[in-house]
Every structure is written in C-alpha cells, then in structure tokens.
Design a protein around this ligand. Structure first.
Ligand code: ADP
Ligand code: ASP
Ligand code: MG
Length: 461
C-alpha cells in the first residue's frame, strides 16, 4: 500500500495543525509520501514582497520576508517545544538567499516570471523541513525533500507543466529508496524545476497538482488531499452556510468545479490521477474521520441534478455587437486572434443565435486592454457600423451550476433562471458547456453571492 498525503496551507500553519498532520501520517499504514504547501498566506506575502521590490521599495520587501522567517522560526519552536538547530539553519539559509533575490529585483526594477518562481518557492521550501521535523518528533522517520530535480517541468514559469516520464524516472531514484527504508519523504508542493534545474512553479494552488503528479509517478494506491473542510462541498462554505460535503464527485465534475472557482481543488490536479486511475480523496485535517469526498473516474448516480454551485469573481464582460456581423465567416476567429495576441485567457464565451453579438468573459484587469485591442482590430467595421459597439461591463462574476445529473434532465436551466428571476437577480449572459454538466451564467459582482445561494437553495433543499 502506497499513499500520497497532501497537506494544504492551513494544515501546516499552526502547532495544533502540525500535530494533526503527524497523527494522520502516523495512522496511515504502508509507504507514505507527504506533500506540503507553504503555510497559509505565505505565498501571497511573497508575491507582494516581490512586487514591492520591483517598485523599488526594497525595505518593505525585506521586512516582510524577515517577518515570514520569524513566524516560521516561532512555529517550529512551538510545534517541537524546543529549538531545532537544523531547521533554524535551513530557514536562515533560505531566507538569506531569498533576501538576495529581492535585492536584485529592486536593483533591476524588474521581476520576471522566472525570478518570481525562485522567490515564491521560499514558502514551500521552508514548510517542508518544519513538517519533517514535526513528523520525526512524533516518531515518524521523515526527510524533507525539494521537488526541484524531482518534479521536472517545462519552462513556463508561473504555470509550468510537469513532464511525467522524467518525473517518474527521478521519483524512482529519489523517492523509491527512501520509501523502502521506511522513511517518509516530505516533498515541497507547488514547485518543480526544469531538467536543467531552474526552479519553476505549477500555478497558484499548485500543491494539489504536485501531489497528483507524484502519486502517478510512484503509482500510489490513493491520493489524499487534506484541507480545512470535510471535502468538496455543494457550495463554498464561506458563502452558503448550509453547504454539504459531497460523498463522490466524478473527475469531470471536479474539473468543472475547479475551473469555475471552487478553490478546494486545483483544476489540473484531476488529470494525472485520472490517467493513472488513482482515486483522489479530499479530507479534513481537523476532522480526519469525516468521510470527505472521493473523486473517481465515473460518478455514481446519486440522484442529484445540480451537485454543486460555484462562482468566480473579478471578471469583465466584453460584448462585440453589430448587425453587420451576422454571416461573416471568420469574424469570431478574428476576435479570438485578438485575445490570443494579447495573451488573455477567456473564461467563457457566448454567441447569440442571431450572431449579432459575441460575449467574452476575461479577468477584470485585462478587460480594458482587450477592448482597446478589439477596437483596433475592428476599426474599419466600427467606422462602417458593421460593428456597432464594443461594450464593457465590470466587475462581473461567473456563477456555475455543475452536475452529471443535469445531462438529459429537462428543465434545469429554467429552474436556475426561475430562482434568480424571482429574487430579482439580473443575468447578464449565459453559456452552457457542450458537456451538459454545467450551466454557467454571468451576473454583476454585487449579485454573485446571492446568486450562488439562490441556486443552491433551489437544488439542495
Ligand atoms: P488548502 O490550503 O488546503 O489547499 P484552499 O484554501 O486552497 O486550501 O481550499 C480550501 C478552501 O476552499 C476551503 O476553506 C473553502 O473555503 C474553499 N472552497 C471554495 N469552494 C468550495 C467547495 N465547493 N467545497 C469546499 N471548499 C470550497
Ligand atoms: N502555496 C501555493 C499557493 O498558495 C500553492 C498551494 O498552496 O497549493 O498558491
Ligand atoms: Mg489549495
């Protein structure tokens, strides 16, 4: 039996949480690989520090790094009840190196994606030795290991893609011997390196992805993602008080949910696990005996229609509208050429059947830039009034209702819109994925939470 256990930011951020991590790892039989996130909030702080340095405020950047170092030194001392010279030295060395990086950023006034990855890797690189020391202290033989040189990725800094074959080969060298000696490798989540050894990161929330890649690389029997809620819930528990944990979720549902903002799992996490046929369980560090959510290839038919409702905010809606657009081939292609040329990812599209308008939903901060680019692209059409306007509405949010049970169930959309309409929530745009397992709609940001609650209430009474 081989299990990969991943512990998220809040699960490693306090002495009490670390004690739970040790208990859970101890209670897991067989070979174990532990993957850890940075402590909650640390990655955000590091990004902010790098930005401050980039803007020339090196003092602010160095101060927040020093605060992080101090907090982690206190954390490990409190968790162990004594000062571990080894861990303190490790934190000291890493802090020094990161401080030097921040100074270089301040001098150059530039922080490339590559440099940012090197800076943010600090979070996971200091949490892994802390967790390993706590495990050791609880009688679990453990060793911290950086995923640099282990999870091999391409060089898309900031959102690198793991190369599974390479990672498998490295795992056979680095992890397999440790496992056979009964030692628990505590691997940094979120980060990896190119084959040449340059540090990369897998994107925000990427520790889940790291864990899935490693699970596939060591052909684990199970991947367990421990977080601060008892599984994937029918809605974000911070928004909907009576959201319930879902017992099962199909890979497809999990992917839709994470795409539309359910922060609990990382979108691409599901992929390496699906391909390797490894069951994924989302469990609660603070209530480890709760059943949690099992994500599997096929969803058992549990009779639900909409399984979960989720939302993603801080977006902008751009509408390209005009009577002269209908029937012109290649029109949509030019719209998407423009988004691609600007490097803007499109969250959602919808085109009315009359072909009179195309709506795009993009991140808020990209909206104005895209409007400008579209105006240049359709300059001639705008002058001829073939395109009447390129309008922007923001901030908006996408609200998505997800569930395999929606497929072939008539009347789901009308229940969704009925529930919103009765409560006076205006739907700005609609899109249904061709998969029929999600209905997503755009509302103004101010209506976002209300819309989630209304849809949840409609289907989960
Ligand atoms: P971790 O640091 O453990 O990876 P995250 O903060 O990334 O934890 O994800 C867990 C959080 O996701 C929960 O605390 C919860 O507030 C939020 N969340 C959003 N949508 C959902 C959902 N549908 N089910 C469960 N949690 C959700
Ligand atoms: N620490 C990283 C982040 O905050 C990765 C993770 O926690 O999964 O995005
Ligand atoms: Mg997470």
């Amino acid at each position: 039996m081989r299990t990969v256990l991943k512990f998220g930011g809040t699960s490693v951020a306090s002495p009490a949480a670390l004690a739970r991590v040790a208990e859970i790892t101890k209670a897991t039989k067989g070979e174990r690989v532990v993957v850890v996130s940075a402590t909650a909030g640390t990655t955000d702080t590091l990004i902010a520090a790098a930005r401050a340095a980039e803007h020339g405020d090196v003092q602010k950047a160095q101060d927040s790094l020093a605060e992080l170092a101090e907090a982690h030194k206190n954390l490990v001392a409190d968790a162990l009840g004594f000062e571990s010279a080894d861990v303190l030295k490790e934190i000291g060395d890493l802090t020094e190196r990161t401080d030097a990086l921040l100074q270089s950023v301040a001098i150059l006034r530039e922080c490339t994606a590559r440099t940012m990855d090197a800076i943010v890797s600090y979070g996971e690189r200091i949490s892994a030795p802390i967790v390993a020391a706590v495990l050791d202290h609880h009688g679990v033989k453990a060793e911290a290991l950086s995923a640099e040189g282990l999870i091999i990725t391409d060089d898309q800094f900031g959102h690198a893609n793991p190369i599974l074959d390479e990672t498998k080969a490295r795992a056979a060298q680095e992890l397999a011997p440790r496992l056979s000696y009964g030692s628990v490798p505590v691997v940094t989540g979120f980060i990896g390196s190119t084959a040449e050894g340059v540090t990369t990161t897998l994107g925000r929330g990427g520790s889940d992805f790291s864990a899935a890649v490693l699970a596939a690389a060591v052909t684990a029997n199970e991947l367990r993602i421990y977080t601060d809620v008892s599984g994937v819930m029918s809605a974000d528990p911070r928004v909907v008080k009576d959201a319930k944990p879902l017992a099962t979720l199909s890979y497809a549902e999990a992917a839709e949910l994470s795409y539309f903002g359910a922060k609990v799992i990382h979108p691409r996490t599901v992929l390496p696990a699906v391909e390797a046929g490894i069951p994924v369980r989302i469990l609660n560090t603070f209530a480890p005996s709760d059943r949690g959510t099992t994500i599997t290839a096929a969803s058992g038919n549990d009779g639900t229609v909409v399984k979960a409702t989720t939302s993603i905010g801080s977006l902008g809606l751009i509408t390209v509208q005009g009577a002269g657009m209908s029937g012109i081939p290649g029109f949509a292609a030019r719209v998407f050429d423009t988004t691609a040329a600007e490097g803007i990812s499109v969250m959602m599209i919808s085109q009315s059947s009359s072909e009179n308008s195309i709506c795009l939903v993009v991140p808020d901060e990209a909206t104005e830039r895209l409007r400008g680019a579209l105006e240049r692209m359709f300059n001639a059409e705008l002058r001829r009034h073939d395109v009447e306007r390129i309008a922007v509405e923001k901030p908006v949010a996408i609200v998505a209702a997800v569930g395999e049970g929606m497929r072939g169930t008539p009347g789901v959309a009308s229940r969704v819109f009925g529930a919103l309409g009765k409560a006076g929530v205006n739907v700005v745009a609609i899109a249904q994925g061709s998969s029929e397992l999600n209905i997503s709609l755009v509302v103004m940001e101010r209506d976002r939470e209300k819309a989630v609650r209304l849809i949840h209430e409609e289907f989960h009474r």
